[in-house]
Every structure is written in structure tokens, then in C-alpha cells.
Write a protein that binds this ligand. Structure first.
Ligand code: GLU
Length: 265
């Protein structure tokens, strides 16, 4: 990670912010994440957060106890849970005197020309004012066709439109492994990926089961989008202490090198 970092997008996975059993937000995790983030704020690096967790928090409150929810049930749960999710971020950030905003987007909003321009302008205005936008997928109108439940790709599209230098995927695994870490004690973490080739796709299949939603597949898709747009991407375990500071020290995760940014990009 040699490039000077001015703008970052951080994607937070559901398992980090929501307790699946109780349906409660993980307030402790959110508070320590924001403490960890303070040093990035001090460096005047612009930050955008893409956070999942609305469904996981909302489902219990609405009484949906079965394991698999239909699309409309997930959407209703997201609509309830989103308030609690954003409120927890707000409480934590206000202690640091940082203003946040809520932005709900579909993947389509970041691809279709006119919508994309508006999203870009709004996000740029917010970060210019040192406000941290907290984005989630606009679950009410997202459909199966446009891949509902895919904040990995959404965060990569956001990184693309605001020309971020780094996309951080905070998840519950430490990155990509060269062998299946469940079966093989000698499995090693791949620290750097210069090109997303067949060996990377193969490595991504080993760690797939660890993820609740999109799995490693959508993370590799996100890596393709981000790196093609000239943005580096890193997959790290969000449960490691002071993970954000450690990323900047180059100590953690799997880093995907960006391609050269195209002039008109
Ligand atoms: N938007 C969904 C939620 O907040 C999650 C999407 C995802 O995990 O990619 O619950």
C-alpha cells in the first residue's frame, strides 16, 4: 500500500455490528471501531462507511424467528433494523464530535448514469464538509435481480464513483488463504494480490463458508470493480483489535493492488 491515501470506503459486515442471536446491535464493537477510526479522521482522510446489519437487527424486533426469510420479510426487517443501526453509529460518532449522514442506495443507483452522478455529487459534498456518510443498500426497493444483499459490490461501486484510494472490507475472516484453513493447518494467508487470476478464484473458494452472506465470491467481484477503477482493496478481520490502525501499518489482511486509474475515470 504505497499510494497516498486520501479517501477510504469501509464496508462493515453484518456479523460485526449485529448479534444474530439476540438481534441487538453490537454497541461495544461499534464504539471500539469508531475509536480506532479516530486516527484516520485526525489524518484528514475522507471516510465513507457502507454498513450492513439492518436485517439482522430488525428481524427479531419484528418477530421473524425462522432462519430463512422471504424477500419482503427481509425488506421489512431491514426497514425496522436500519433505524437502530444508524442510531448506534450516531451515538458513537457524536462522542467524537463527528457528524454522520444516512444514505440508502441500490447497486443500480451507482451504475445508471444520472443516478450515479447525483450519488457522486451528494457523497462528495458530504465528505467535503467532513461528514461521514453511512450507506446501506436501499433494501425496500432492491430486488433479487440486482442482487439483493450485496454491500460488497455496492461498496466497490461507491469507491469507484468517489475515486477512493482504498476500500476496506471488514469481515469475519482474515483474508484469502492458499489452502482451506479449516482442513489444513499449513494454510497461509495470501498477503498481496497483484492480479485476480484463476489461482485467486480458487483461493476464494476455500474461505467461502466462513461468510454469512455474499461470501468470498462477492468480495472478489468487489475487488475487480475497485481495482479496475484504480482503488486498492483489503480484506481484513474486523474482530482484530485496532484493525484500522494495523491496516495502515501494513500488518493485516489480503491487499489487492489497484490498476492504473484511467484518465476519464
Ligand atoms: N442491506 C443488508 C442489511 O443491512 C445487508 C446486505 C449485505 O450484507 O450485503 O441487513
Amino acid at each position: 500500500m504505497k499510494k497516498k491515501i486520501k479517501k477510504i470506503v469501509i464496508k462493515v459486515g453484518s456479523s460485526l455490528v449485529a448479534n444474530y442471536k439476540t438481534g441487538l446491535p453490537k454497541t461495544n464493537w461499534i464504539n471500539s471501531f469508531i475509536n480506532d477510526l479516530s486516527f484516520v479522521i485526525k489524518k484528514k482522510i475522507k471516510i465513507i462507511i457502507v454498513s450492513s446489519g439492518a436485517i439482522a437487527i430488525g428481524r427479531k424486533r419484528i418477530g421473524f424467528l425462522k432462519k430463512k426469510l422471504n424477500l419482503d420479510e427481509q425488506q421489512a426487517a431491514a426497514s425496522v433494523g436500519q433505524i437502530y443501526l444508524i442510531n448506534n453509529y450516531k451515538k458513537a460518532f457524536i462522542k467524537k464530535k463527528v457528524e454522520i449522514s444516512q444514505v440508502l442506495l441500490t447497486l443500480e443507483d451507482t451504475i445508471k448514469k444520472e443516478k450515479k452522478i447525483n450519488a457522486k455529487k451528494t457523497l462528495n459534498k458530504l465528505i467535503e464538509k467532513n461528514i461521514i456518510p453511512i450507506i446501506n443498500e436501499n433494501d425496500t426497493v432492491a430486488t433479487d435481480e440486482i442482487k439483493f444483499g450485496d454491500n460488497d459490490r455496492l461498496s466497490a461501486r461507491v469507491a469507484e464513483i468517489i475515486k477512493a484510494d482504498l476500500l476496506i472490507l471488514l469481515s469475519d475472516v482474515s483474508g484469502l488463504y492458499n489452502k482451506d484453513p479449516k482442513k489444513n493447518k499449513k494454510a497461509e494467508l495470501i498477503r498481496e494480490v497483484k492480479k485476480i487470476d484463476k489461482s485467486v478464484i480458487k483461493a476464494s473458494s476455500f474461505t467461502n463458508n466462513y461468510f454469512a452472506r455474499g461470501g468470498m465470491k462477492t468480495k472478489i467481484m468487489a475487488a475487480k470493480i475497485a481495482t479496475n477503477a484504480g482503488c486498492g482493496m483489503i480484506i481484513v478481520n474486523g474482530n482484530s483489535k485496532n484493525i484500522i490502525q494495523r491496516i495502515f501499518k501494513g500488518e493485516e489482511g489480503t491487499y489487492f493492488y489497484p490498476k492504473k486509474r484511467k484518465k476519464n475515470n
